[in-house]
Design a protein around this ligand. Structure first.
Ligand code: AMP
Ligand code: MG
Length: 322
């Protein structure tokens, strides 16, 4: 059974020992909880796929503690470097060509010649990477396809019997996964919307991000972007203007939603209409709504800009047919 250890210097040192020994540890980042392993150890990486039940063709993000550590793994082009300098540490993942002597296990990259790297802002994540002395690959610490965890108890609910240790650092601040960008021939492509708004990236790049067009087979995509993901048990209905009896309402903003008096439950992602607050609450409220829903979950309209882009991306996957 997984041990939950509140964050302390001793707990981080212990977790680093567990990682160096080739086992997995769940730990907080500013986005969601990650399930970490030594990125250079193929058997340790295999233990992540096994614990999550994640398809091994879905590559992982390598987490590092400094830009210099990233440069030892991948080669930066000028735009990627500018983005790293502007937004690291933070919820931005860059996909870059690997250095010829890159020590990352090919299981972590699913055999690609590129590597996704991120420098997280959460102090526990950074202390753990430094203490372990190796890059840490870490997907979200949930069973593959489930809603991502934003607290240690979410991790425990999914993985208690499959992993030895969970570092408990409270609720995560951003609440959705990192934004993934890949620069190809001088153009920045958005592979996954996430906790860093596209508008902020575009302001630094000085050009719009390219988004994958539906049905374009040549467009770069993050290979793990499965259509059905983040899936609660209940059916999810988006852009709901009214809530039906037996549904739980996920509201957004101050506007009243007709039918809410007869709903099986009402959660407001952000009563003031703040998209950052909504992102931070999204996965917890999806879980809580799922526990109460009788016929499904109705989600009120959410604006598609700023963090709304990532919120709608996750909700569309939660609503996708399975
Ligand atoms: P997660 O670990 O659940 O946050 O998912 C990581 C995401 O990064 C998945 O959607 C992967 O497909 C994507 N990813 C990881 N490595 C690469 C890569 N080399 N190229 C493109 N996407 C990647
Ligand atoms: Mg995930």
């Amino acid at each position: 059974m997984a041990r939950i250890e509140p964050v302390s210097a001793a707990a981080i040192a212990h977790a680093a020992d567990v990682i160096r020994a080739g086992q997995v540890v769940a730990f907080p980042t500013e986005t969601v909880y990650g399930l970490g392993a030594d990125a250079t150890n193929g058997r340790a990486v295999a233990a992540i796929y096994e614990a999550k039940g994640r398809p091994s063709f879905n590559p992982l993000i390598a987490h590092v503690a400094s830009l210099a550590a990233a440069e030892a793994l991948v080669e930066f082009d000028p735009i990627s470097r500018r983005l790293a300098e502007a937004f690291w540490p933070g919820p931005l993942t860059l996909v870059l060509p690997m250095q010829p002597d890159c020590p990352i296990s090919s299981l972590a990259t699913a055999g690609l010649d590129t590597l996704a790297v991120r420098l997280p802002a959460h102090p526990v994540a950074r202390d753990l990477i430094v203490a372990a002395g190796v890059p840490i690959v870490a997907p979200s610490a949930n069973v593959s396809g489930h809603v991502s965890p934003t607290s240690a108890s979410h991790v425990f609910g999914d993985l208690a019997r499959r992993i030895p240790l969970i570092l408990d650092g409270g609720h995560t601040e951003v609440g959705v996964e990192s934004t993934i960008v890949q620069v190809r021939e001088g153009t920045a492509h958005l592979l996954r919307p996430g906790g860093l708004a596209s508008e902020e990236l575009e302001a630094v790049i000085g050009a719009p991000l390219q988004r994958a067009e539906a049905g374009d087979p040549t467009a770069p995509i993050a290979p793990g972007m499965l259509l059905s993901h983040y899936a609660p048990k209940a059916r999810v209905r988006l852009h709901a203007r009214a809530v039906d009896p037996g549904e739980v309402l996920l509201a957004f903003g101050p506007r009243h939603v007709p039918g809410d008096a007869d709903a099986a439950g009402v959660f407001n992602l952000s009563p003031t209409g703040d998209l950052r607050e909504a992102a931070a609450n999204l996965f917890r409220m999806l879980r809580e709504a799922d526990a109460l829903a009788i016929t499904g979950i109705a989600v009120a309209p959410i604006p598609p800009h700023d963090l709304g882009e990532a919120i709608l991306d996750r909700l569309e996957r939660a609503a996708a047919p399975r």
